[in-house]
Design a protein around this ligand. Structure first.
Ligand code: KMH
Ligand code: ZN
Length: 311
């Protein structure tokens, strides 16, 4: 396992999974997204993973014009690495998912390393009333939905954003097979070291949030990639902090943020992304580890630099 010198904290500030009725603290407008991102960076996050939403009703919206309302504000106020999602919102076409990253030419973008079922419909049992009709419809449709990321799709993103823009990827691996998909593209020369894996636990359709799944995926990644990679962990919902802490202990990096969990503790909504970042930073430092600065993250991940982006 590649040992992290310091722990890179990624914060995913809003995502496209949770809906406005689930938490009043979920950032929706460009102003809210910008101020949450800036506060998360001040709290210790060196990478900010970004989605956009429709300011009227909070629906996931991957419109480049909306991104351009908050990206320059974040850039002016922080040194954080900006990472734009290419997952977008469930149900978008690949070109819709790519449009914002194409316009912004960021240092990093997400890249989902395989197709999978992506079941959010169990949340309908937890939340009974919704502010907007789209929310239960969106959650319900995931009962019959495949998050499509074929080999052709992945190749398209690697060539378009990777070769075309010099963007490096947060490679989202939801299950063991996705590591082998990464290895396939390494063999073809389309993924070059150092590369960054985000190991994801607790999405219905992907690997469950059990620590032995994390340990096993780590040992397979070590076998496949040796010292060529850095890895990070995110776990959905109540497993977020436990998995992030375990990742720190095992020599990895961590991701938190309201995209992945709306909570700060048992039954307690997080009031901000920065609260989650501050909590994992405290845990990491209590474990006698240090937190990476944005420039350390840039150097370790061989990013092109914050002055090479299109915003
Ligand atoms: N929502 C996470 C489970 C993406 O944006 O490309 C994974 C994610 C996907 O962040
Ligand atoms: Zn995301």
């Amino acid at each position: 396992m590649a040992k992290a010198k310091s722990v890179i904290i990624t914060c995913a500030v809003t995502g496209g999974i949770h809906t406005p009725s689930m938490s009043p603290h979920l950032p929706i407008t460009p102003q809210q997204i910008a101020s949450e991102a800036i506060a998360a960076s001040e709290a210790g996050a060196s990478i900010i993973h970004l989605h956009a939403r429709n300011a009227e009703d909070g629906r996931p919206a991957h419109d480049p014009d909306v991104f351009m309302e908050f990206l320059p504000v974040i850039k002016q106020s922080t040194n954080a690495v900006v990472n734009i999602s290419t997952g977008g919102g469930l149900g978008m076409t690949l070109d819709q998912r790519l449009a914002a990253a194409r316009r912004a030419s960021p240092e990093m973008a997400s890249l989902n390393m395989g197709s999978l079922n992506f079941g959010l419909f169990p949340l309908l049992d937890k939340y009974k009333t919704f502010k907007h009709d789209w929310e239960p419809e969106f959650l319900g449709m995931t009962n019959d939905f495949i998050f499509k990321n074929t080999f052709k799709d992945i190749e398209y993103v690697l060539k378009d954003l990777g070769e075309g823009h010099g963007t490096k990827f947060e490679m989202e691996c939801y299950d063991l097979g996705h590591l082998y998909n990464v290895a396939h593209f390494v063999d073809r020369g389309l993924i070059k070291p150092p590369f960054f894996l985000q190991l994801i636990y607790g999405i219905l359709g992907g690997a469950g949030a059990e620590i032995d799944n994390l340990v096993h995926m780590n040992s397979v990644a070590d076998r496949l990639f040796g010292d060529d990679y850095e890895w990070s962990v995110l776990a959905a919902g109540k497993n977020q902090m436990g998995f992030a802490s375990t990742a720190g202990l095992l020599g990895g990096n961590v991701r938190v943020g309201l995209e992945d969990s709306l909570y700060i503790g048992r039954g307690q909504l997080a009031e901000s992304n920065a609260d989650q970042v501050a909590k994992i930073k405290r845990i990491v430092e209590d474990l006698s580890l240090t937190v990476a600065t944005p420039d350390e993250a840039r150097q370790r991940l061989a990013l092109k630099g914050g002055d090479q982006v299109g915003f």
